[in-house]
Design a protein around this ligand. Structure first.
Ligand code: HAM
Length: 422
């Protein structure tokens, strides 16, 4: 019996992997431009990297894949990139230089969510973290970077939404206000929210069960509780964004679904038909306590992550002229199976000349070889017929112009190099 893939996962088949490669190329080129280096951290971490006392989000408390390894160590498959990056930042003492550390990452994450279009149990993120500084210019830089990225992908119906949760003091005030607001509604809130009122009232705001409860809809917003310093910090970021000509919206109710945020939070949303609830392409924000919580110095950071499946969905939906399936430069067709040793030789010579090429390996008829070449969109056909084989030549046909020349075997690489402009 055939075994199916795990629920909420997907395969990238050979006919679509070029889209992923193209997206990754775009990311790496952009990261060069912003002078940001890649960091690769493990997919599994000790559970306490994610399961911290201060982190009560659904994502961490309800959706992580946890398991014991054979040495009885409690491990977790990462549900997001930030905590692992900070663990590695601390462990490798990247703070020792005293400089800001800017890194990016691309990789899979795992969340036990209810799968639907744009929401998977294994999904890829591209993320950036800038660790070791707090400065409105840095917050603005990260938002600009996220915006720039989306523009480069050619996506149009996209909005940047931004808000501030304020510093620790403002956050405390806000938590207190939320608690006071929700207390009288205790009885009508879901069981989880009943507990959240005392433990972490912020999380009531993104409760999936109570999302339409009137008390959520008229809850106080973080903006109402920003102290003077936090307000200045936020205003300064907005000024930077304005100067850079970035269009943004202030989203009073945006708090994001993770507990490590303070000050700036932001999301990039796509206004794309058929996207439904999964229209958030990416999001991020500032975290001031995470480095310390994971055993490092008292340093803050800011970052964001995009869901790569959602990016590709948005690209597809907007019909962006983003990537073309790679085209083969030459395909060899043989009239007789016996000629395939000559074909093997030519393939080797062509590849040494950096010309992409292939032939058929299932000994199909000439007609089906031709079909395969057309499917691969080969630019040139190299035809080894009986008469040509005897005379040490091949036919080389340009599939666009249909012009065919006879070329001496040894000269095929040179002939094609000239015509392909290599
Ligand atoms: P997040 O909002 O949980 O933030 O995830 C970022 C993005 O990952 C989402 O906007 C979405 O596009 C994608 N995503 C999340 N869950 C799924 C899923 N189940 N299936 C498909 N895509 C998904 C974070 O993960 C933070 N670490 C971002 C950050 C970095 N904050 C500071 N630095």
């Amino acid at each position: 019996m055939a075994i199916n893939k795990v629920k909420g996962t997907y395969d990238v088949c050979p006919n679509e992997s070029y889209l992923w490669q193209r997206l990754e190329e775009e990311i790496r080129a952009l990261m060069k431009l912003y002078n940001i280096k890649e960091m690769r951290t493990p997919i599994m971490e000790y559970s306490e990297v994610f399961h911290r006392q201060s982190e009560l989000s659904d994502m961490v408390t309800k959706e992580t894949y946890n398991f014991d390894d054979r040495g009885e160590r409690r491990l977790t498959l990462r549900p997001e990139g930030t905590a692992g990056i900070i663990r590695a930042y601390v462990e490798n003492k990247l703070y020792a230089s005293g400089e800001l550390e800017k890194v990016y990452y691309i990789g899979p994450n795992f969340r036990y969510e209810r799968p639907q279009k744009g929401r998977y149990r294994q999904f890829y993120q591209f993320g950036v973290e800038a660790i070791g500084a707090i400065d409105p210019a840095l917050d603005a830089e990260l938002i600009i970077l996220a915006y720039d990225f989306i523009k480069r992908l050619g996506l149009k119906g996209v909005r940047v939404r931004i808000n501030s949760l304020g510093d620790e003091d403002s956050r405390q005030q806000y938590h207190h206000a939320l608690k006071t607001h929700f207390d009288p509604h205790m009885e009508t809130l879901c069981d989880d929210c009943k507990i959240r009122i005392d433990k972490n009232p912020l999380r009531i705001l993104d409760c999936k069960i109570d999302q339409n409860h009137p008390a959520l809809l008229n809850a106080p917003t973080p903006q109402d509780y920003l102290n003077t310093d936090s307000r200045h910090y936020f205003t300064s970021i907005l000024e930077h964004l304005h100067m850079a000509g970035i269009n943004y919206e202030i989203a009073n109710r945006l708090v994001r679904g993770l507990d490590y945020y303070s000050h700036t939070v932001f999301e990039i949303e796509a206004d794309i038909e058929g996207f439904g609830a999964q229209n958030v392409l990416g999001g991020g924000g500032r975290y001031q306590k995470l480095v310390k919580e994971l055993g490092g110095p008292d340093l803050g950071g800011i970052g964001f992550a995009f869901g790569m499946e959602r990016l590709l969905m948005a690209i597809d939906a907007e019909n962006v002229d983003f990537a073309k399936e790679p085209i083969l430069e030459a395909f060899i067709l043989t009239f007789q199976p016996d000629y395939r040793s000559l074909a093997t030789k030519i393939l080797f010579q062509l590849r040494q000349a950096r010309i992409s090429c292939d032939m058929n390996y299932t000994q199909k008829s000439f007609k089906s070889q031709l079909k395969q070449a057309i499917k691969q969109q080969a630019k040139y056909l190299i035809i080894i017929g009986e008469d040509e084989y005897k005379r040490g030549v091949v036919g080389v046909k340009n599939t666009q112009t249909e012009v065919q020349d006879e070329v001496v075997v040894a000269k095929v690489p040179k002939y094609l190099k000239e015509r392909l402009g290599k």
